[in-house]
Design a binder for this molecule. Sequence first.
Ligand code: COA
Length: 373
Amino acid sequence: MTDVAITGSGVFTPAEVVTNDELVAAYNAHADAFNAAHADEIAAGTVVAKPHSSSQFIYDASGIERRHVMDKTGVLDPEVMHPLLRERRDDEPGIMTEIALEACGTALAQAGRGAGEIDLVICAASNHERPYPAIAIEIQKALGAGGFAFDMNVACSSATFGIQAAADMIRAGSARRALVVSPEICSGHLEWRDRDCHFIFGDVCTALVIEPADEAAGAHFRILSTRCATQFSNNIRNNNGFLRRTRPGHMEDRRDMLFMQEGRRVFREVLPLVSSHIAGHLDAAGVTAAELRRLWLHQANKAMNDFIGRKVMGRVPDQGEQPNILQDYANTSSAGSIIAFSQYSDDLAPGDRGLICSFGAGYSVGSVLVERG
Ligand code: COA
């Protein structure tokens, strides 16, 4: 079987940043306006008043300090509370393609490859801006790549599932060289008017080049093995979909047509799932935790990552063994662990091993065991 490697990575980071303080000020202004507009119903007990959010709570509960977004004007306008993004004509690239091109360009340059050498593009993300034609095919065309392309969505695990799909196809011979690209415009599916989650997400795009290890032009990470698992849960859910207009009331401004979660239950249920998933993966691969130089974990919550790091390593990981980027990016869905990998892997020496792991809605967990080549 062909040995497969990650030979390049790229991250597109939107220029606009929203700090917790800016976010909370906008949310609190929105809550005050809502409470004033519904004063009578609140007094009558038919509407619940919106309490204020707090920067301290956000930091303590999640570890997030700021997030990058594609548009902060709309997000921070108490009368809008969502990003405002220019509508693209059908004959110009969509916004997901636009940010994908930047991340793919960096990943290809690092791999020393031209886009024409790519024959598989997987757009692995938790949301796609339209059902068809596939965003991946638009990216393939804009890049000038060959072969075939398709979209896939496994929510926060999309990128790791995409790596497995690409690696398996290269091993099997149905593709030669792949780009797995994850444009995550999470600000579009976040309910910025909900105090419980308005701080969670940010926007980014990551890209990885995956190809036969013996063709790597420079430093690379051999994919030793991958493992994906799913287990149905409604605790992270979004009811938006193509049947929306067929259902009475679904075209209204409904809370369940955006990201919803039972955060506490997710926290409780996903931690054991991920810890045992990683332990099982390492065991099956014949690799011990002591051999891992780095854990690039999904970036949703610092306490979650601390817990998983401790469970996997059997001790508190040393500083640098389990890098977090969520303080600067917030949760960027499937892209989070790839940002961590991209930013914190250069220093590893040949033979060093590490594990990329993402997890989230589904539930879904994907892990990728790599070795520096
Ligand atoms: N500001 C101030 N207080 C807030 C608040 C905010 N923005 N949001 C919630 N609170 C309040 C709650 O109302 C609650 O008050 P109560 O105790 O009076 O009921 C209290 O703070 C605790 O809320 P809770 O939701 O239990 O907080 P938490 O400690 O569970 O942290 C998350 C919330 C979302 C950060 C955390 O549950 C989490 O990270 N879960 C997993 C998320 C995840 O991985 N999701 C995957 C997404 S892809």
